[in-house]
Ligand binder design. Sequence first.
Ligand code: HEM
Length: 389
Amino acid sequence: MFTRYDEVAAVLRDPNCSAARAGAWVNVVGSDARQEFRALKGVLARTMVFADGRRHRRLRQVVAHGFRRAALEAMLPSIRTAVEDGITALLAAEARDGEADFMAQFARPLPVRMIAGMLGVPFEDALGLVASSDAIARFIGEPAPSVAAARAAEGGAQELTAYFERMLHTAGRHRTQSDGGGGLLATLVDAHAAGRLSTRELIVQGAMLLFAGHETTRNLLGNGIQALLSHPEEWRRLAESPARIRAAVFEVLRHDSPVQYTGRRVIRDCTVAGRRLRRGDLVIAHLAAANRDPEKFPDPDVFRVDRRGEATPLSFGWGPHVCIGAELSVLEAWIAFTQLRRRLPGLMRIEDAPMRIDNAVYRGLARLPVRCGAPADDTTEISGNACPV
Ligand code: HEM
């Protein structure tokens, strides 16, 4: 396990440390794993996260189209609307129950809505698939996955792939009829038609994006509001400038990394960051520990928005697999924190230590009870020029 910043970055860019580790990982569950968990292994192994070299570059290139700067800027209005709807949902829950749950009313639905919009699938469908995706996240988050966790994840993988198989037929038809629109799925269908993606790869990229798009961002939103509300001075000062909000997003990512660690399999004997590694070794690159390396971040345990000239947190990974959705999630959090601060300046936590999810990889809150305070009537447009992407 590597925990220092430079070591973690070295592992993540070393070609001897392969990302193609899905099969061996699922097989650890038991000798019947090869047969019993075929859908799960198929999904994991065909995503770009678990691919190396040329295959990885090919998959990444196809998907990257949806994350171009222009595509993200075009999402600004829908992110603002989704954030406003989240605020309305918080107020409604408080009016009904006397308190709201920031995770249920705001942090969970927002990223699902965004990734559904980006893919071009109905929001309600995507919301209905969250339980399947959560089952896979629980499997990934168990250091030694149990058979029960693997079975639940296998069911989740089957549901996700069956859904995207159906959707892709629709997206394909839509594309042929109107030659336009249809979101990222339609782009993937085009890449398939051009022979750049196999049918299975096509289905799996859709499922993977839905998973990756919300399992992480919701924790950035929840961890962020939890951190900011426990530092009321910071919460007050957020109103000062868009740059301060962007800095707050990165400090949340550093201090409370939504993804704690990732893994690699060593494919040939080598030395990485001064340590001898043997072929077959499993390496853990501990992103959250690297983010608290005192050589890079003075007073690493202190949450401080005004850090200047320090290293980039490794929360989105590093090297060839660095997160493709990083800018999207920063944008979501930036708009969310901006609008929440303006519209609900009196937002406050009810519990000092809200319950966390039980997961070693994904760090987030199970619930975050809040009171909204009196809503402010601030409808100032967030300037496109201030957009942090
Ligand atoms: C706070 C939010 C997010 C965090 C902390 C996060 C974290 C990460 C990390 C650590 C990796 C690298 C994994 C590795 O090297 O093994 C990664 C890769 C990836 N992420 Fe994210 N992610 C976030 C949001 C998103 C979003 C919104 C999307 C898509 C809509 C996304 C899609 C992906 C994809 C496709 C990869 C694989 C890239 C590759 O293998 O080339 N992520 N993410």
